[in-house]
Design a protein around this ligand. Structure first.
Ligand code: 7RM
Length: 660
């Protein structure tokens, strides 16, 4: 599987590839381009990716394009190649687009000043920040944790880490101190970077205080906390440990040599929830991630020079990493970063921004679309949205009603929608329409990008061939930005993704392939639920609820929720009879907020005296899911239950499904 056609002819584009593709334009513009690229990517994946990778600056060419083993797993792209991703995001653009805006920042307060960083500004800011990290003793391979609002300094400091070979681990600033402490400890982070406070919508959030609380929980690995003065309100200070960003960064030299990284050196860790235990740190590496985020960004959004691209995600999630920071900057794009929320000061905020900055590509989550849809189309009308060329959706299945609303009211019935399917683990978009190139169909992520080989398998791991079929979504072949491991626990990576169906990467999603071969993602088949596009493990929520002193046991399932996609339904057994149910529910919400964060708060809490269990003691979640969904069809076979009588009791006490 190892071949090295590139080494000797590096830089000359003289690869052993079909003549047609020698001059392959990375931008796919027609269906024929797509078909050709796809075919090429399957027949000669190494030649295909080598050619795309050669458009970047490498300090040394790779020794082999791809080495892979999905059993161990061991996956290496462009091994032996040396590069620094920030040189490709920044330095490379200075000559051609130094004065172009790289990051356009829209603050929470619509009347506050917009900030613009040109590629040259961004380059210098990243270098200064990189120098300040070095001055703190940060070295290649050290882990740096981020707990930051959506401010330009977050992107700057993330790139500063990459500049010096430090590994960034961004934690979404909505997580609790406990959750932050877990992540800081798991990766043994040396520095935490945060802000003083965060204004988000009408909320004023004490960011530094959460960091202080987290670090009080045995985070001995942390030497320094670098604090950005953002709102300027007073904060507690630990002398020696805490340092102001402006004191450390402002006086630094504005150039900084880029650390020489191997293609397979670690670029970042990002924690994500699974079906069991604590969140795992998904590891991405430099070379492959660079090539794939760039290629997918360019094609899925059909980005053209001078376009303004706006992704509403938070950099705390993979969407922000790949499609606010890396993909767009690698492509030399203008990427708009928004600090606030869709409904502040009014539900027209997104459209105000699109109109104000003449946004060309807009990328958001179905939950935001549904929430805005519920507030009425009058918030959209009256805005000039004619700049929009592509609308994107990510994070969860987009239902037909939301798709139509997005298409009709935001896209004036003409702008193509890309329903992009991917995961933290995939690093970039794997299945998506290419606007004006491949077909789009409501609720369908449609076709794989070139280089992606999806397949459907049955529960015995046999591939389901043909069309008009449903199964478990797997990938047969590696792509450059596939996860390499889970931090500190390779075995967990193997068992979670590579052991279920031999020789394949298992996504955890179920999917259908229609008569035309288009993919529709149905949703998770494991105990992961998707609440407002946030991935939450039911086991995590149960563990949090069980921290309440009166809780004996709990079971958490997802149920359809009109805005959030899925809501969280918790069944709870208490030790004593609960006198004040309202007060108890409040306590449960508090404990979940403390253990995980507000995003994991159950929408419904039902007190029960028992849970339906099999003879081997496993909770029958199928039954609980049906009850939570107010699904009145039969409960199926309950004869294997140890305690079938509990089902009627739970049914009788079920809570009404959420109306809005
Ligand atoms: C990018 C991201 C991954 C899970 C994934 C799916 C679900 C994501 C779509 C989708 C239907 C989509 N990363 N998902 N995109 N389901 N259609 N277009 O969300 O790691 O946080 O979540 O999200 O279940 O496995 S993630």
């Amino acid at each position: 599987m190892d071949s090295s056609p590139v080494k000797s002819t590096f830089g000359k584009a003289e690869y052993r590839v079909q003549d047609k593709l020698k001059t392959m334009n990375p931008l796919i513009q027609t269906r024929a381009d797509y078909d050709l690229a796809y075919q090429k990517s399957v027949e000669d994946p190494e030649g295909f990716w080598a050619e795309l990778a050669s458009t970047f600056e490498w300090k040394k060419p790779w020794d082999s394009v791809l080495k892979w083993d999905f059993i161990k797993p061991d996956i290496q792209w462009f091994a032996g190649g040396k590069l620094n991703i920030t040189e490709n995001c920044l330095d490379r653009h200075l000559a051609t687009r130094g004065d172009q805006t790289a990051i356009l920042w829209e603050p929470n307060d619509p009347n506050a000043e917009v900030r613009r960083y040109t590629y040259r500004d961004l380059y210098h800011e990243v270098c200064k920040t990189a120098n300040s990290l070095k001055a703190l003793g940060v070295k290649k391979g050290d882990r740096i944790c981020f707990y930051m609002p959506m401010v330009p300094e977050l992107a700057i400091a993330v790139l500063a880490c990459a500049r010096i070979g430090a590994v960034h681990s961004v934690v979404f600033a909505g997580f609790s101190a406990n959750a932050l402490a877990d992540r800081v400890k798991d990766a043994a982070c040396k520095v935490v970077i945060c802000s003083d406070y965060n204004d988000r919508g009408s909320k004023h959030i004490p960011v530094k205080e959460v960091v202080d609380q987290a670090l009080a929980m045995d985070c001995d690995c942390v030497e320094h906390v670098l604090v950005l003065k953002h709102t300027g309100d007073p904060v507690q200070w630990t002398e020696g440990r805490d340092l102001w960003w402006h004191d450390q960064v402002d006086h630094q030299p504005d150039t900084c040599p880029a650390e020489v990284m191997d293609s397979e050196d670690m670029l970042f860790i990002l924690y994500t929830s699974g079906s069991t235990g604590k969140p795992k740190g998904v590891v991405h590496t430099c070379g492959g991630y660079m090539v794939f985020t760039w290629y997918s960004f360019l094609n899925v959004f059909q980005y053209q020079d001078n376009d303004v691209y706006f992704c509403t995600a938070d950099i705390g999630w993979i969407t922000g990493h790949s499609y606010i920071v890396y993909g767009p900057l690698l492509a030399g794009a203008t990427t708009l970063m928004f600090e606030g929320v869709p409904t502040y000061p009014t539900p027209s905020r997104f459209w105000d921004i699109v109109d104000k900055h003449k946004v060309n590509q807009f990328y958001t989550a179905p939950t935001a679309i549904r929430a805005l849809m519920a507030m009425g189309e009058e918030w959209v009308t009256g805005h000039d949205l004619s700049s929009l060329k592509v609308l994107g959706s990510v994070g969860e299945p987009i239902n037909e009603e939301a798709w139509k609303w997005y298409h009709d009211h935001v896209g004036r019935g003409t702008v193509p929608i890309v329903d992009t399917w991917w995961q933290t683990e995939t690093g970039g978009i794997l299945i998506s329409p290419l606007p004006n190139v491949t077909p789009m169909k409501p609720c369908y992520a449609t076709l794989p990008l070139p280089g992606i080989q999806p397949c459907l398998v049955n529960s015995s791991g046999e591939e389901i061939e043909g069309n008009d079929v449903e199964g478990l979504l797997c990938m047969k072949f590696p792509w450059p930005s596939i996860l390499r491991t889970t931090y500190g626990d390779h075995e967990r990576c193997r068992t979670t993704y590579f052991s279920m169906y031999k020789g394949m990467y298992f996504t955890g999603d179920g999917a259908r392939r229609d008569a035309d071969g288009l993919y529709r993602i149905i949703g998770r088949v494991d105990d992961v639920i998707n609440v407002s596009g946030h991935r939450i493990g039911t086991a995590e929520v149960e563990n949090a609820i069980n921290c309440h002193p009166d809780v004996v046991e709990s079971a958490v399932v997802g149920y359809p929720h009109p805005i959030k996609g899925q809501g969280i339904y918790a069944y709870v057994i208490t030790q004593h009879e609960v006198k004040d149910e309202a007060a108890f529910r409040k306590e449960v919400l508090q404990v979940v907020t403390k253990e995980i964060g507000p995003i994991a708060k159950p929408d419904q809490i039902q007190l029960v005296t028992g849970l339906p269990k099999t003879r081997s003691g496993k909770i029958m979640r199928r039954i609980l899911r049906k009850i939570a969904s107010a699904d009145t069809s039969g409960m199926g076979d309950t004869s294997t239950l140890l305690n079938p009588e509990i089902v009627d009791e739970i049914k009788a006490g079920a809570l009404a499904p959420t109306k809005s």
